[in-house]
Design a protein around this ligand. Structure first.
Ligand code: UDP
Length: 241
């Protein structure tokens, strides 16, 4: 672990795609991966960082994929929305097992399982160093958890949206398929749009741009990448105005 302990952020929103949670499996949750991420989060909470989490559900169900199987698109998205809560519950349980306080706030009511999202309460909890897991996406079909991550990030006034992916940041092309893909350390919102770089869907991205929310795309599978980012080391790709 590096020795620089100066946090450059006060409050962050960490978005983790469902795909990360499945590890090498084709479906479901790899508890070892959740545990590793939870332990990295613990280290940051102990340093004083306030953390909100949004977890996708690509490891379980995605609306588009289900609709291709013949399920009505809106219902497919409802299944996706509910799946984000399943991942959030798994994350909460692991956080609890390592003595971290957390609260799941869902965009849709699921009585007896999680709280309903409330902006002011979320900020109060974060201020008390409780990790808030925002589940259920935006609560509406036809959106993504990237949109939810941008939305909640803006609402809770986080300093940055940290988007954890499987690659080191933003490239000109898919680095897994193109060895000549160029890596970008810094990007402007307008460059992402002009070059049509795949950072997130346009609805989510333009929301971030319109509210001047900095986005950092990084490799969450790289150990200590979270720590390095929040302590000012050069990690991932930073997208700003
Ligand atoms: N979803 C939705 N509205 C939202 C967020 C998510 O309908 O506001 C549904 C949608 O079907 C989506 C699925 O939940 O495919 C999982 O979200 P996402 O694809 O963003 O997950 P990730 O790719 O981050 O794992």
């Amino acid at each position: 672990m590096s020795t620089n302990t100066n946090l450059i952020y006060h409050r962050v929103l960490l978005k983790i795609s469902g795909e990360i949670l499945q590890g090498v499996n084709k479906f479901g949750i790899d508890i070892k991966i959740i545990t590793r991420i939870a332990k990295e989060i613990k280290c940051l909470v102990e340093m004083g960082l306030q953390i909100g989490l949004v977890i996708g559900s690509g490891n379980l169900f995605r609306g588009v994929e289900l609709s291709q199987l013949g399920i009505n698109r809106i219902i497919s998205d409802h299944i996706g929305i509910l799946s984000t809560t399943i991942n959030s519950l798994a994350m909460q349980d692991v956080l609890h097992s390592i003595s971290l306080k957390s609260c799941i706030m869902s965009s849709i009511p699921i009585h007896g399982i999680c709280k309903i999202y409330h902006w002011k309460e979320a900020i109060d909890l974060l201020s008390k160093k409780t990790i808030v897991i925002f589940s259920g996406g935006t609560g509406n079909p036809l959106f993504t958890t990237d949109s939810a991550a941008c939305l909640r990030s803006i609402e809770i006034q986080s300093d940055v949206l940290l988007k954890g992916t499987k690659v080191d940041g933003v490239y000109s092309k898919d680095p897994k398929k193109n060895i000549d893909a160029v890596f970008y350390k810094n990007l402007k919102y307008k460059d992402v749009l002009k070059k049509e770089l795949k950072v997130m869907d346009l609805t989510a991205f333009t929301l971030a741009r319109d509210h001047n929310l900095p986005i950092r795309v990084f490799n969450i599978n790289k150990s200590d990448s979270l720590y390095r980012m929040v302590t000012g080391y050069d990690e991932g790709t930073l997208i700003t105005a």
